[in-house]
Design a protein. Structure first.
Length: 251
């Protein structure tokens, strides 16, 4: 699979994502969970383009929801990770696309059209930002770095914010971008030492997981177990050095 060809397709979504008129068409899927016409249009565009490129590879997208895949190979797409950001023109929203083969992520792309940053990885070939190699932070402990946080599972808000406080007290600071994929991309290129969230679906983390791993980092659930890209999970992604320290604070 030519990752550069896929990257070119993903970059073609910029005109859709930056169309403010299209963003205005919003539907609420759940509590603080929204879909816009942009999400739907990006998903339809990439689903059609990928089918033409590789008709034998099936497709799993956020706007189709979790489903059992009866194939060894399928795409995992989040057409807009950071939809709430997009609605408010916060300009931290990305397209996240991964290729899963035999329950393993083998390619991933995260595209930020607002800053023209495209993060990519192919299993065994390293991670890149706009074609240049990237690597995770060299921080040895949490006190030497900042950590990204996610606020999924609103019903667990009190427990989540207690965790945020513990991490805040043990790190240089915490950040919340509002896009899981972008948090993982920033971890991969060393802008932050790690990121965690109480629950993510595969389309939220699949591409970012590979990009962090190929950049030299570690990604697991909060017990330190490998993630299953067919299922939602707690997620912690770090530079590897601070992983155990972070997991102890999340326990």
């Amino acid at each position: 699979m030519d990752i550069q060809h896929i990257a070119t397709l993903v970059r073609e979504t910029k005109g859709i994502i930056t169309n403010r008129e299209m963003v205005a068409h919003v539907r609420e899927k759940g509590v603080a969970d929204y879909v816009t016409q942009v999400d739907i249009t990006v998903q339809e565009f990439l689903k059609d383009a990928l089918y033409k490129l590789a008709p034998d590879i099936q497709f799993l997208g956020e706007e189709t929801g979790l489903q059992q895949m009866n194939t060894d190979s399928y795409w995992i797409l989040d057409p807009v990770d950071g939809t709430t950001n997009l609605m408010h023109d916060y300009q931290h929203s990305v397209v996240s696309l991964a290729l899963c083969q035999r329950n393993e992520i083998v390619a991933g792309i995260i595209y930020d059209p607002f800053h023209e940053e495209l993060f990519s990885a192919v299993k065994g070939e390293g991670s890149f930002l706009n074609g240049k190699p990237i690597h995770v932070s060299s921080a040895q402990k949490l006190s030497e770095t900042i950590i990204g946080v996610g606020t999924a599972k609103r019903e667990q808000a009190k427990d989540n914010f207690a965790r945020f406080l513990r991490v805040y007290e043990n790190s240089q600071d915490i950040r919340r971008i509002g896009s899981a994929a972008l948090e993982l991309a920033y971890t991969a290129c060393g802008r932050q030492g790690g990121y965690f969230e109480a629950y993510l679906n595969p389309w939220d983390y699949a591409a970012g997981m590979l990009i962090v791993l190929e950049a030299g980092g570690t990604v697991s659930d909060w017990r330190g177990k490998n993630l299953d890209p067919a299922q939602g999970s707690q997620v912690a992604g770090t530079n590897g050095n601070v992983h155990d320290e972070l997991l102890r604070l999340l326990a």
